[in-house]
Design a protein around this ligand. Structure first.
Ligand code: GLU
Length: 256
């Protein structure tokens, strides 16, 4: 089984942008174990910009493009250094793959991307994908890692995409505002009503929100692939998913 796991900034960092060491250590441990069990994993990781901000000691996310791109250049190093170190403890090798929207649009580059992912997985390596934030301009960028992970999952012919976020899944209303909001366990069609539930919530340091997650789900459904939104605050949730437990919100794309 081939799975793409996307981890959002809010899962990887504290609110000030510094690495959430306990979280990232647990995540790498669980993913290493799942890989040991025979699962093929591609990780799509955010967090470069936030880690750059943390490393520079800035108090908030800069708004101008050169500063964001500089923060990404700094943070991407720290991100990969951290993953390399933590996965190495479990004898797993990682590889960095940076993409822009234009790379998906260009047939030859997209083909190279797919072939490289295949070869890395054959080598039993764990590819870690992010947007090439340092050079991406608004015209060529994918823009958010929810969409990037769905495009990666489609390109890699994955069986499943898991988005680990700071929320349990899609709710019937905003759970921060309405105490009677309930989690929707499965969705097989993204209609207007579902889109309305998304609101525009996002976090201080990340990019996406529920809207980008639903866009990702639509890409997966169109490709006949399931997608799950689950809470990444406890990475053992990944074990539950592969043990067949109902976790978060599952968007049903298989058998469409
Ligand atoms: N590529 C961005 C980063 O690594 C994150 C984009 C997103 O949060 O969706 O900082």
């Amino acid at each position: 089984m081939r799975v793409v796991i996307k981890v959002g900034t809010s899962t990887l960092t504290h609110q000030n942008g510094n690495i959430n060491i306990r979280r990232i250590e647990n995540l790498c441990k669980v993913m290493s174990d799942l890989k040991n069990s025979g699962l093929e994993i591609i990780l799509v990781s955010s967090g470069a910009i936030a880690m750059g901000i943390g490393k520079l000691g800035l108090t908030k996310k800069p708004q101008d493009i050169p500063s964001k791109q500089a923060a990404a250049a700094i943070g991407q190093c720290e991100l990969m250094y951290t993953y390399d170190k933590l996965f190495q403890e479990h004898n797993h090798t990682v590889a960095q793959v940076l993409m822009t929207g234009a790379d998906f649009d260009n047939a030859e580059r997209y083909e190279n991307f797919k072939n490289t992912l295949d070869r890395l997985l054959e080598f039993n390596v764990l590819p870690i994908v992010n947007e090439n934030d340092t050079i991406a301009t608004s015209e060529i960028k994918v823009g958010d890692n929810d969409t990037l992970s769905a495009m990666t999952a489609v390109g890699a012919h994955a069986d499943l995409l898991i988005l680990l976020s700071d929320i349990d899944g899609l709710y019937t209303a905003d759970p921060h505002k309405q105490s009677d909001a309930t989690l929707i366990p499965s969705v097989d069609k993204i209609d207007e009503h579902i889109m309305e539930l998304a609101g525009t919530a996002g976090t201080k340091l990340g990019t996406g929100g529920m809207v980008t997650k639903l866009n990702a789900a639509q890409i997966c459904i169109d490709a006949g692939m399931d997608m799950i939104i689950a809470n990444g605050s406890n990475p053992t949730v990944l074990y539950d998913i592969f043990d067949g437990k109902s976790v978060g919100t599952r968007f049903i794309g298989k058998d469409n």
